[in-house]
Design a binder for this molecule. Structure first.
Ligand code: 5GP
Length: 116
């Protein structure tokens, strides 16, 4: 079993968070420091540190995260204009080494670069 992470502690209820969705494979929480009016994180219960650490056996889980992210975004009422972002590695801005998909929405991104 991988080491505990901030997000695995949230999943276990050891650290509080605004949990807005959960199922047997993942949870979604509000980001504590939102970079957009709606900023959610979809987190697998399984600890995979980075997307490049995912393996063939994680294929269904990764698909599940994408499907869940789409549904969660829809339920969050941010229409069809939102971004799904996965940071891989410190150089890309990853700070929590437990795979997560950022959902960013509630603003117009059409003029902005890919940065947050
Ligand atoms: P990363 O930079 O690893 O891609 O994203 C980590 C995200 O987790 C950041 O957007 C950061 O604001 C968020 N975060 C860090 N600590 C906490 C926390 O304790 N609770 C919640 N809800 N989000 C957190």
């Amino acid at each position: 079993m991988s080491e505990e992470t901030l997000f695995s502690k949230i999943i276990k209820g050891e650290i509080p968070a605004d949990i807005i969705y959960q199922d047997e494979h993942c949870i979604a929480i509000k980001d504590i420091a939102p970079k957009a009016p709606v900023h959610l994180l979809v987190i697998p219960r399984k600890i995979i540190p980075r997307i490049i650490d995912a393996e063939a056996e994680d294929q269904a889980l990764l698909g599940h995260l994408m499907l869940a992210a789409g549904k969660i975004a829809e339920e969050a009422g941010i229409g069809e204009a939102f971004r799904l972002i996965i940071n891989n590695g410190a150089g890309a801005g990853q700070t929590v080494f437990h795979l997560h998909v950022h959902i960013l929405g509630g603003k117009n991104f059409s003029e902005s670069s890919l940065g947050f």
